[in-house]
Design a protein. Structure first.
Length: 226
């Protein structure tokens, strides 16, 4: 009986000792982890602050444009239009604009290549058609149309872009150079359309369209006078 009791007591003592050792080990681990966190926390804070500073510097060097629209709108003119658009050109031009490309161009010069995509629309302003421009002789309708004109010659800003730009060592470039290139591009696009005969093509298309229109109204013969 004594041996059995001694054995049981020995087992209990071992269990208590094991539990105590486990508790001590866990306490030491938690203390070590807390100490490590206490040591690394300041470094983490420094890293976070450094990252935040880097983000602010990047935003300062490469700011995101902010668009502020004036809530007040001024409508200067409203005019009724009776334009018959008969032809549209889509044109691409490469424009070179430069400033200060002399002897010291490599120091103070500025040059850019601008790829311009533009649209030119032409047609006839039917508002200019007068009663005297139409006469009926028997079954023949004589029509004198107003001259074809260009209604729109503008750049497609989504497709137009600066392809290349070279500035001198001591200059950041002219802020007006791209604006000048865009204005020149619109003029060149208009000129290219005129040289290709957009007004003639627009006149032919207008007569073809109006011929169908007058025929649908019951006129059997239509002659366009020039």
């Amino acid at each position: 009986m004594k041996n059995t009791f001694s054995t049981i007591m020995s087992i209990l003592i071992l269990v208590v000792l094991a539990a105590g050792v486990y508790f001590i080990v866990q306490t030491v681990r938690e203390s070590a982890s807390a100490a490590q966190d206490a040591v690394t926390a300041p470094f983490q804070q420094v890293n976070q602050a450094n990252q935040a500073l880097q983000t602010q510097v990047a935003q300062m060097l490469n700011p995101t444009p902010t668009i502020i629209v004036d809530p007040v709108t001024y409508i200067n003119e409203i005019r009724a239009l009776a334009r018959l658009e008969t032809i549209q050109y889509s044109i691409e031009k490469v424009i070179s604009a430069e400033i200060g490309q002399g002897t010291f161009g490599f120091l103070y010069g500025d040059k850019l290549l601008f790829v311009a995509h533009g649209i030119v629309i032409a047609g006839i302003d039917m508002e200019k058609l007068q009663p005297t421009d139409m006469r009926l002789d028997g079954t023949v309708l004589y029509v004198k149309l107003p001259p074809t004109e260009i209604f729109i010659a503008t750049l497609d800003n989504e497709k137009s872009y600066v392809y290349d730009r070279e500035t001198g060592a001591f200059t950041k470039g002219s802020i007006d150079l791209e604006t000048i290139a865009r204005q020149s591009a619109e003029d060149e696009i208009r000129k290219a359309a005129l040289e290709d005969g957009i007004l003639t093509h627009g006149q032919v298309n207008a007569e073809a369209y109006l011929l169908k229109f007058f025929t649908a109204l019951g006129y059997k013969s239509v002659i366009f006078e020039h």
